[in-house]
Design a protein around this ligand. Structure first.
Ligand code: C5P
Length: 466
């Protein structure tokens, strides 16, 4: 059996169901999964409803309806199969469409997961898209949504563009459908549709460019020095996507020169990016990265359905609500990032950690942790703990690291799922980013346990490399 056999089997099970409930994750990838599958399923004439959960854990299990519908779990489920088993869900009642590490379970639920087939740079929205396309090739209009989910889940980050089936099949389908534009050697920079040029350059620290990264005034002076017009006659700032190709070239070569002059590599200066030409210019919907942030904002602020409405084309009330959430989301993340930097982290041998108490929602601490990492000691994974408002006995844990540390043997998914299981909690995710819920009383012991597991992982990898 290969990946496409699993896709086929799951599509058949879905096509035969009289009624379906999709249970999806609240992040951009999960929201994209839901929008892809619920549209593909409705197009088959099958009644479908959707439930979003921030994670599958004992606290959120009651949100899964007790009815006869086929339960399709997307962007979650693989790592929580024992919870489905404990809930008494039978093999015929469940389908899992995921890209997280799978948990062994005595019940064999139908699952399509790209990870066991080595497609580690494809998100659950990518897998959902393959299922949708298997249901009916007409669903290629949904490739755009899959690209947003993939980019939102950082699948394009390490290689500066999507790779594997996400690139070769999904992006190509999007191009064929003409709803996606590929910019092969674009600037590797966030905010190219909405941020004034100098802010876009200044907020970027991958690659870090001395005098420009984290320095809006420096970036403005740099653009002035190389003769780039930054504002129109009314004083409105230009964004990257609307400036002339020659200006883009001038900026890119000047940035490359600057990097080289500082003895820095230029390999991350350019990236393949994905634009959406049919969306309104200067909105976050114009490229996959900013679109995904808008979806994340909806999900993390408990309105994933609004993100879903936008993916279905609503540009009215839903879009206005989402814009509002996006502004709020950005402000709170900036605040969280500053809080982590100002307060400082504590270091154990193999990790650095901070407890942010009840100051920030548990749904965003992971994002803040990821952003803080590049400003801290990036050789050690960061662990952030926070309170869970719905259950004062629980603590949410989020961990992030980078590819270099993963290359040295670290697997945060394994560390958090093993350590949390020892204290009666649950966790999962990926090598590079993982989360868990643990009992509040176990915080200190848990930290030491994760630190020890990471130490074992580093040691095992260095023995293997000898
Ligand atoms: O919540 P956070 O952003 O830190 O989650 C990071 C990754 O870990 C996500 O992919 C999420 O789905 C996964 N995760 C998980 N089980 C948990 C918490 C998070 O699989 N209990």
């Amino acid at each position: 059996m290969g990946f496409s056999d699993d896709v086929k089997a799951v599509a058949e099970q879905i096509a035969a169901a009289p009624e379906i409930t999709i249970i999806s994750h609240i992040d951009a990838d999960g929201i994209a999964c839901e929008a892809i599958l619920s549209q593909a399923i409705s197009r088959q004439g099958i009644p479908v409803r959707s439930v979003f959960v921030r994670q599958l854990e004992p606290l959120t299990m009651p949100q899964i309806p007790s009815d006869t519908s086929l339960k399709v779990f997307t962007d979650l489920g693989a790592g929580q199969q024992n919870l489905l088993y404990d809930r008494g869900l039978g093999e015929k009642e469940v389908v899992i469409i995921d890209h997280h590490v799978s948990q062994p379970c005595e019940r064999h639920y139908s699952q399509v997961n790209c990870l066991p087939y080595g497609h580690s740079r494809m998100s659950a929205a990518g897998v959902s898209y393959f299922v949708a396309k298997q249901l009916d090739p007409i669903n290629i209009d949904l490739a755009k949504l899959a690209i947003i989910g993939n980019v939102g889940d950082m699948m394009a980050r390490e290689k500066c563009g999507l790779v594997g089936p996400a690139r070769d099949i999904i992006v190509e389908d999007g191009l064929r459908h003409q709803s996606v534009e590929v910019r092969k050697k674009d600037l590797n920079c966030y905010g190219t549709a909405t941020r004034p040029l100098h802010l876009s350059l200044a907020y970027n620290d991958d690659p870090f460019i001395k005098g420009i990264s984290n320095n809006p005034e420096g970036a403005r002076q740099f653009l002035k020095r190389i003769g780039i017009r930054q504002q129109n006659e009314n004083g409105r700032w230009f964004v990257w996507e609307e400036i002339a190709v020659e200006d883009k070239r001038t900026i890119i070569s000047a940035l490359a020169e600057q990097l080289l002059a500082n003895g820095e590599p230029v390999d991350r200066l350019l990236a393949e990016t994905y634009g959406f030409p049919d969306e309104i210019p200067r909105t976050p919907l114009r490229n996959a990265q900013e679109y995904a942030t808008m979806l994340n904002a909806c999900g993390r602020w408990s309105k994933p359905h609004i993100g879903g409405a936008i993916l279905r084309g609503d540009r009215g009330v839903a879009y206005r609500d989402a814009e509002h959430m996006l502004n709020n989301h950005r402000a709170i993340i900036r605040n969280l990032l500053q809080y982590i930097i100002d307060t400082g982290v504590r270091e154990l041998e193999n990790l650095q950690w901070i407890h942010v108490g009840g100051r920030y929602p548990d749904t965003i601490v992971g994002i803040g942790a990821g952003m803080a990492l590049s400003k801290l000691n990036s050789t050690k994974p960061i662990l952030v703990m926070c309170e869970v408002p719905e259950d004062t006995n629980l603590t949410k844990v989020s961990m992030r690291t980078n590819e270099r540390v993963v290359g040295r043997g670290v697997d945060l998914q394994q560390a958090l799922s093993d350590a949390s299981a020892e204290y009666g909690g649950g966790g999962g995710g990926h090598k590079i980013a993982a989360g868990a819920y643990i009992p509040k009383t176990a915080e200190q012991e848990f930290l030491d346990r994760v630190d020890r597991i990471l130490g074992e992982q580093f040691a095992a990898a260095s023995t293997d490399n000898r």
